[in-house]
Design a binder for this molecule. Structure first.
Ligand code: BGC
Length: 353
């Protein structure tokens, strides 16, 4: 019955229709820069499809990711050996943020070293799998990724926005901690200590004046910090540090009803992101604040294109018109239908019941 309901939902249908036969989810079918599968986006899309009973699709995504990762095992082991021997690691040979839809990697200068996606993948797989993984390719891939996260969770790298290469980003470390906790359920206790050390690091260095901050050494907040509570459950909604963080996120980053990434954002003129606004709605829904969730989702729905598509970003009052113009001339219109945005709406709605 759940399946029948899910397939009537246009957002769910859209996600299912844009899964490559091999299992990858394309970031967006429209935008010139997005014909790839990001591990981060896919982890959230698979979780959304699990939430509405589309488990077979999520399973295909996880199997696809497992194969894509295992194909890079030699590189990963070389970096793990370098770290263990105290030699420098090569960021260009770490696991990439995105793959081609066939699971291969495109050589180039993309800011590919982003640890967070792999934490999110293990977290998503951990919620998908009923219990410990049986012996096989999925378990091998999960074990490799867990070992990778345990070694590199604290390594400065690009964040979820593919920015800030030299920084340690709070939501990246939190993603790694969530992934490592999932690894304990999937694989056993081997990486339990690394999970708790990563999380303790966030609590020690990612908190300034009682608020979770965007990155170690900074004072500003980032909308991705909402993920610490929903979905990663590293903190509860009533955790005092999280509550103060949420207040700051809403005070500083909600503009005209939509959520921006962070205050100094200039990408696409620093617009509001539908996936973040829906993610905030998801959190409020999980915390029992249905009215708040509904009003955020109403803003998201108001951004839909005539075909129902949800854009990645929309300009808001604080957007920089010069940057927006430059960006649009360079890249064309922003992604008009972003799978990750649709996934966050599906998750918020399913939490509302
Ligand atoms: C965003 C990433 C996202 C990717 C694909 C980038 O512009 O910064 O968060 O994973 O697009 O959607």
């Amino acid at each position: 019955m759940r399946h029948a309901i899910a397939t009537q939902d246009a957002d769910v249908r859209f996600l299912l229709e844009h899964q490559h036969p091999g299992g990858a989810y394309v970031a967006s079918p429209d935008f010139s820069q997005y014909p790839y599968a990001w591990v981060r986006d896919g982890a959230f899309v698979a979780h959304a499809l699990d939430a509405v009973g589309e488990r077979a699709s999520a399973e295909r995504f996880h199997a696809w990711t497992a194969e894509a990762v295992l194909a890079l095992e030699v590189d990963v082991r070389a970096q793990l050996a370098a770290r263990a021997a105290g030699r420098p690691v090569d960021h260009a040979r770490m696991l990439p943020a995105r793959f081609r839809l066939d699971g291969t990697v495109e050589a180039g200068d993309w800011p590919d070293f982003q640890v967070d996606g792999y934490g999110q993948w293990l977290w998503s797989l951990g919620t998908h799998a009923a219990g410990p993984l049986p012996a096989g390719r999925m378990r091998d891939a999960a074990a490799l990724v867990a070992t990778y996260l345990a070694a590199f969770w604290g390594e400065p790298c690009y964040d979820a926005w593919e920015e800030g290469r030299t920084q340690q980003h709070t939501s990246t470390l939190a993603s790694a901690a969530a992934g490592l906790r999932a690894a304990v359920r999937l694989l056993g206790a081997e990486h339990a200590a690394a999970a708790e050390t990563a999380w303790a690091g966030v609590r020690a260095r990612g908190v300034v004046d009682g608020v979770f901050v965007k990155a170690f050494g900074r004072r500003d907040v980032d909308a991705s910090l909402v993920w610490l509570a929903t979905p990663f459950a590293l903190v509860r909604d009533d955790d005092p540090v999280f509550r103060r963080t949420l207040v700051r996120i809403e005070d500083e980053l909600l503009v005209d009803g939509g959520l921006r990434r962070y205050r100094a954002d200039t990408f696409y003129g620093g617009g509001a992101w539908t996936l973040l606004t829906a993610g905030l709605a998801w959190h409020h829904a999980c915390a029992g604040r249905a009215d708040r969730a509904q009003s955020l989702l109403a803003w998201v729905d108001a951004q839909r294109r005539s075909d129902g598509g949800l854009p990645e970003q929309v300009p808001v009052a604080t957007s920089d018109p010069w940057f927006l113009d430059w960006w649009t001339r360079r890249w064309g219109p922003s992604a008009a239908r972003l799978l990750w945005s649709h996934a966050m709406v599906v998750l918020a709605r399913s939490a509302l019941g």
